[in-house]
Ligand binder design. Sequence first.
Ligand SMILES: C[S@@+](CC[C@H](N)C(=O)[O-])C[C@H]1O[C@@H](n2cnc3c(N)ncnc32)[C@H](O)[C@@H]1O
Length: 258
Amino acid sequence: MIDEYREFADEFRILTEIDLSYYNQPQILRRLTAFQQKHRFGSLLDLLTALKSDPVLLRECLDRLTINVTEFFRDRDYWQVFKDNVSLLAKKKLPLRFWSAGCASGEEPYSLAFMLINMLPRTYWEITASDLSNRALTAAKTGIYLEKSLKNLNPAEIALIFDPVEGELYQVKNRLRQCITFFHHNLLFDPYPPNLDVVLCRNVIIYFTEKAKKEVFAKISQALNPGGLLFVGGSEQIITPEAFGLEREDIYIYRKAN
Ligand SMILES: C[S@@+](CC[C@H](N)C(=O)[O-])C[C@H]1O[C@@H](n2cnc3c(N)ncnc32)[C@H](O)[C@@H]1O
């Protein structure tokens, strides 16, 4: 199985530019095997052959592997702590540059834009948001969501953030969509945007190997201005933040040392 996985991973990298050797192998293998069985392929290499000639299957496989589950204000309690930390930072430095890295279909950067628009004048902040998946980025730019992904929002917030469109769909209002610049970015290989004040990198690197996680933390730290913040996911922690020039500021929040 290991040899088959290795062969699959080599070809998959050529096909998709995703290097599976940076991702946690047991997790990826579990998902790949389930996908292979669902589509009734006899082996990973049979699946690979089909992926090469079937773009729809390839897209479905990529979605399965990169897990793009997300929601507005995911782990809402931590967003309050995050907001308090951003307020403190804004007292020391403005304007602020935010980056939502691994933004999936956009719920995270739109939550951020909604938080900021109610906190600081528009000229005091800018948000960029990126993902590896072009499919996720297209959905993010369109900003249309099913009612179920708004579960953390109360009716007043829903009315402020969205315009209802047909059926049970809601589109993020234009004034919020205009606040975000989306771009394609692979955290493992692409250069990071410089001079950032706040990075949100949440529920993305949990799938990476320990080595890849360390590389990402080091690059994020390098991209942050002194005193800048890193907001990680609700099940993520940096065990030795000082190794990356970071200090633990609060639960799931790290600060770049001055
Ligand atoms: C579970 S979603 C997290 C979305 C959001 N940050 C949140 O916490 O709800 C993970 C996202 O990471 C993206 N991703 C996976 N590997 C990546 C990489 N190497 N570079 C950039 N994004 C990546 C996936 O495409 C997916 O959209």
